[in-house]
Design a protein around this ligand. Structure first.
Ligand SMILES: [Zn+2]
Length: 406
């Protein structure tokens, strides 16, 4: 068993201090177990040959006494990994991350990464000062938890709680985050660790500097790209493309309509999210003399475009569950249907934006705008609530704020 471990260690070019300490501790524990066994009653039970012969080496892991890789692996699992360790790796593999990310996290967990503190310990580097902030030794905890750029990242991706316990060492910190976080949070945490390390390398080798904010957007973008729609709704991230362009802040406007055929009235519900996935505005508008549900949907879309103009954003994405309206809005063709006038209004306003995207979504993903429109149709109330108002008027916001569809 000892031989296997040493072989592994030698094979690795870089072994962090943390990893080594853990290895050593676990080796000592394992050795102690063997010694205890030998010194106990079991010693008496060892059959002794009547005639003297040379000592031979026997492999403990197999009843036959012969070495096998399979038994060595099992021994390492049972003897060296405590329950906390097993739990950590069980969760890591169950998160179903892409292999390159999972392996990076595994290496970080053993402190097997070439940070400057590890390089200095191996006498490969002389200076171990963090190249980003130039204030502290660049060990793994500094890179992933304490460096100011990293702190910004955790704040932007809403994982600031993971910095609450600064007295932990790397291993304690990782296991604590995994234990406390939901699967989604742990997955986001892993993506972040991976990209933080990636961007750190870019900075060291190519001098490519990234801010915490851009890094956070890249993390959410990567995760959304990999996990698709599920991650988008769970983390309220409305951006798919991770290549963030700083100069075009895109907002996403969900629109829906409610229609009252008896009174020919309709109501528009609008929910606006900024690119960080934070709620920006909730708005309802009641319309009179509306001919059909189609017209109601078209009005809702038009109101969404107008709101985009009022918010002075250069790039917007309008998301609605009316396939007909979305389809008609996309090309600059002359529409001749009953809602042609409204579509033309929408088309004419397109030029107010540097980029405007119309996207059809399933009704189930539009429940917030739907609920707003329905409420407005019942109450006949127009309202406009900004983020600040939503935060300061708890009573109103609690009533108005759409609940999470999950
Ligand atoms: Zn730093």
């Amino acid at each position: 068993m000892r031989m296997v471990m040493e072989h592994d260690l030698n094979d690795d070019i870089l072994i962090g201090e943390e990893g080594k300490k853990r290895n050593r501790g676990e080796m000592e524990d394992a050795t102690r177990n063997i010694v205890c066994l030998r010194s106990g009653y079991s010693m008496i039970q060892i059959p002794i040959a009547e005639t003297e012969h040379e000592d031979t080496q026997v492999w403990k892991g197999e009843l036959s006494g012969k070495y096998s890789v399979c038994s060595a692996y099992k021994l390492l699992q049972d003897a060296n990994l405590g329950s906390e360790t097993k739990e950590f790796y069980r969760k890591l593999w169950s998160l179903k991350l892409s292999p390159k990310i999972a392996v990076t996290i595994w290496r970080i967990s053993w402190d097997f990464i070439p940070n400057l503190a590890n390089l200095r310990y191996r006498r490969v580097a002389t200076n171990d000062r963090c190249p980003r902030c130039c204030s502290w030794t660049e060990n793994s905890l500094h890179i992933f938890r304490d460096c100011p750029t990293t702190i910004e990242v955790w704040q932007f991706i809403h994982l600031a709680w993971i910095m609450n316990n600064r007295s932990q060492n790397l291993w304690e910190w990782l296991t604590w985050v995994f234990k406390g976080g939901t699967d989604d949070q742990s997955r986001l945490f892993c993506y972040a660790l991976w990209l933080i390390w990636f961007s750190r390398n870019k900075f060291v080798h190519e001098r490519e500097k990234t801010t915490g904010r851009i890094l956070a957007q890249n993390i959410q973008g990567h995760m959304a790209e990999y996990e698709g729609v599920r991650a988008m709704t769970n983390t309220s991230t409305m951006r798919r493309n991770h290549k963030f362009q700083e100069d075009i802040p895109r907002v996403t406007i969900f629109f829906d309509a409610g229609f009252d055929s008896r009174n020919n009235r309709s109501a528009t519900g609008l929910v606006v999210w900024d690119l960080r996935g934070e709620l920006l505005v909730l708005k309802t508008i009641v319309h009179n003399s509306v001919s059909s549900p189609f017209a109601a949907e078209a009005y809702a879309c038009l109101e969404g475009v107008k709101l985009g103009i009022a918010l002075e954003v250069q790039s917007i994405k309008l998301m609605g569950d009316s396939r007909t309206v979305i389809k008609k809005c996309r090309p600059n063709l002359n529409d001749k249907s009953v809602i042609a006038a409204i579509i033309r209004d929408i088309q004419n306003k397109k030029s107010c934006f540097q980029e405007i995207i119309f996207q059809h979504i399933h009704r189930s993903r539009n429940s917030q705008a739907h609920r707003l429109a329905k409420e407005a149709l019942e109450s006949g109330e127009n309202f406009y609530l900004t983020r600040e108002e939503l935060n300061s008027h708890h009573v109103v916001s609690e009533r108005r704020r759409p609940r999470n569809p999950d």
